[in-house]
Design a protein around this ligand. Structure first.
Ligand code: CMP
Length: 139
């Protein structure tokens, strides 16, 4: 059975460009409940740990530099079929390929600076949620 949780980050580009409110509105309108949320900034070690699975990719250094370049909003979102439904809401990794109306189509500028993160599996949603939030911060 599909899980009910996913982890999102509103990335530094979208925070800098003033899109926090609009993105949270889209998330709520799509039926997700916010069960944890904070404005925070990743250290280099945080970003390297969060994206460890990408450490051999050519874009890893750029990814870490970008994700530590300013504050982000991290949130745990809850809904039936959360991982898949959220990935549909945000659209393709590359905003040039993201479907019209999706969050990345509306607010992202490039494949690297793509406005939002969404977990890619139920297992990673749990790991990523626990990466950002202590148990007492999850409601
Ligand atoms: P996300 O899905 O949040 O997690 C991995 C991130 O790596 C992805 O978003 C992109 O921001 C980034 N990424 C993926 N492919 C590239 C690429 N070719 N160049 C730069 N960044 C990338």
């Amino acid at each position: 059975m599909a899980g009910t949780k996913t982890l999102t980050m509103i990335k530094p580009d979208a925070v800098r460009n003033g899109h926090i409110g609009a993105i949270l509105n889209d998330i709520s309108a799509a039926g997700f409940r916010i069960s944890a949320m904070k404005l925070t900034q990743l250290s280099k070690a945080d970003a390297e740990a969060f994206y460890a699975v990408h450490s051999e990719r050519p874009f890893f250094g750029e990814l870490v530099e970008f994700m530590t370049s300013g504050p982000i909003v991290a949130a745990i979102l809850e809904k039936d079929n959360a991982v898949e439904d959220f990935r549909t809401l945000i659209g393709s990794t590359n905003p040039a390929e993201a479907a019209e109306g999706t969050i990345r189509a509306k607010y992202a500028t490039s494949i690297g600076e793509n406005a939002v993160h969404g977990s890619d599996s139920d297992e990673n949603a749990q790991i990523e949620g626990d990466f950002h939030f202590a148990g007492r911060e999850q409601f």
